[in-house]
Ligand binder design. Structure first.
Ligand code: A2R
Length: 298
């Protein structure tokens, strides 16, 4: 199967592309070399490649950056999805499209609420989440034109290669810097009471692989563990792996009201048999080792 990947040099793409190649897929990997908001360029490239599937990862993926520059976020996330969907319809090979959305589309749940299901109401609270929600709706509208659009709502995931704009990666980077004596032994954090549903990036990649299967219904799917964990608990687990215990300081810049986001992935499990396989401790270990290596090399 010929798979066209956008955003292939991003965090998930760098894990997905090697896995696709291992599985015997033929891969066309694109990133900044193909601006997804440039409709004509995307159209031309898809007509040339005529893929059987597209995994559309390219995005402005930071919530904070989306608040600073909402227009740019909309242009990349919504405009990018529009280019890819239109290009897919016109390229002649009718590719199945995996549109990657986010748990942020649901907003935050109240304490004790059940995990979000695909039919839970959406309450996007940032331009990032709004752009993903609109891109998903756009994807749904292309079903009528006969395009198989799989709309994915991915919950938090982490692993080696993730930007330190995301909480766990930031904790791991700071820990590795403290271990290396490159930072005073103070770890700066946001709100540790937030509860998140965390997956290892390898489990997310496995879910996307299964959703490429043409026999799986082109539906909306949560990719989630179903388990919520306080960020503070994850930080403790990370520090158990560290060779020293820094003090923890609240960073007003990062501090947001505590939120709660847990997903129910039973639809994905029923359709594909997928379930997460990597324990979070393993994710934290690989993330910390990756930062240790990068800091040593820098
Ligand atoms: O912003 P950069 O230089 O890191 O490049 C990102 C790239 N990208 C684009 N590619 C083509 N045309 C654009 N206009 C454009 N803008 C950004 O997409 C980066 O290499 C990639 C996205 O990777 P990450 O930001 O690392 O996201 P991640 O964690 O791999 O997430 C994949 C998908 C995204 O749609 C997220 O919103 C969703 O999963 O959670």
């Amino acid at each position: 199967m010929r798979v066209f990947v956008t955003g292939a040099r991003g965090f998930v793409g760098r894990h997905l592309v090697p896995r696709l190649l291992d599985e015997g897929f033929e891969v066309t990997a694109t990133d900044r070399d193909l601006d997804v908001s440039d409709r004509a360029a995307v159209d031309a490239r898809l007509k040339q490649v005529k893929p059987e599937a597209i995994v559309h990862l390219a995005a402005q993926s930071s919530v904070a950056a989306s608040t600073e520059d909402p227009e740019r976020t909309h242009r990349i996330n919504y405009g990018g999805a529009l280019s890819v969907l239109e290009g897919a319809l016109r390229c002649g090979s009718r590719p199945r499209v995996l549109l990657i959305g986010s748990a942020d589309q649901y907003g935050s749940a109240g304490p004790g609420s059940p995990p979000f299901r695909e039919d839970s109401p959406l309450a996007p609270a940032s331009e990032y989440a709004r752009s993903k929600t609109e891109a998903e709706r756009l994807g749904t509208s292309f079903l009528d034109a006969g395009l198989e659009v799989v709309r994915i709502r991915a919950f938090s995931h982490s692993g080696p290669g993730q930007s330190d704009a995301f909480a766990l990666s930031s904790f791991a980077r700071q820990t590795a810097e403290i271990e290396a004596g490159r930072r005073e032994p103070v770890l700066r954090v946001g709100n540790l009471d937030s509860v998140r549903d965390y997956l290892d990036v390898d489990d997310v990649v496995e879910a996307y692989l299964r959703l490429l299967d043409p026999d799986v219904a082109a539906d909306i799917y949560n990719v989630a563990s179903g388990v919520g964990t306080r960020l503070g608990e994850l930080l403790d687990a990370l520090l158990d792996l560290a060779d020293q215990r820094p003090s923890i300081e609240r960073d007003p810049e990062r501090f947001r009201p505590a939120d709660c986001s847990i997903g129910d992935a039973s639809r994905l499990r029923a359709a594909t048999g997928w379930k997460p396989a990597v324990p979070i401790e393993r994710t934290l270990e690989r993330l910390l080792d990756d930062w240790r290596r990068k800091i040593k090399e820098s």
